[in-house]
Design a protein around this ligand. Structure first.
Ligand code: SF4
Length: 159
């Protein structure tokens, strides 16, 4: 059986979901024995590859880089799994939505220090499935490691 090409992605999130993924501990190693990790912030990847079988996506879509990345993921991935509440429903990342983008920019940059080269924020933070089709959801903040393991295992069997 060929190795499953697995990717993990970090959009607008806090990395807590990736920490939860690591908390699978021994079972993560067992899962990875069937997988080839082809893209992940855990391995400092540069470019999202073609032909990914399963992608775990942490974080919401909050800026233009996230939006571009989400579209690339959908185009190049068989099964996209939203990992954690920010990806599933916006969660903490979407707290800026009620005040709108102007208030968020003022709080973030006007009241602090502006740094050129920062990515431009989208008007609203969106959960991943409002931008691209998502095949499965793992809610939680952070998500339960057992649920992550169970979901990956289910999709490994189907791939
Ligand atoms: Fe962090 Fe929670 Fe969002 Fe995951 S769901 S990225 S743990 S805030």
């Amino acid at each position: 059986m060929r190795a499953i090409r697995l990717a993990t992605v970090w959009l607008s999130g806090c990395s807590g979901c990736h920490m939860s993924l690591l908390n699978i501990h021994q079972e993560l190693l067992e899962i990875l024995a069937h997988c080839e990790l082809v893209y992940s912030p855990l391995m400092d990847s540069k470019e999202y590859p073609q032909g990914v079988d399963i992608a775990l996506v942490e974080g919401a879509v909050g800026n233009e880089d996230n939006l571009e990345m989400a579209l690339i993921i959908r185009q190049r991935t068989g099964i996209v799994i939203s990992l954690g509440d920010c990806a599933v429903n916006g969660n903490v990342s979407a707290l800026r939505n009620p005040g709108g983008l102007a208030e968020a920019l003022e709080r973030s940059y006007g009241e602090t220090v502006w740094r050129p080269g920062l990515t431009r924020l989208e008007a609203r933070v969106l959960p991943v499935h409002q931008v691209i089709r998502v095949d499965a959801f793992i809610p939680g903040c952070p998500p339960d490691p057992a649920l992550i393991r169970q979901t990956i295992a289910q999709h490994l069997q189907r791939s």
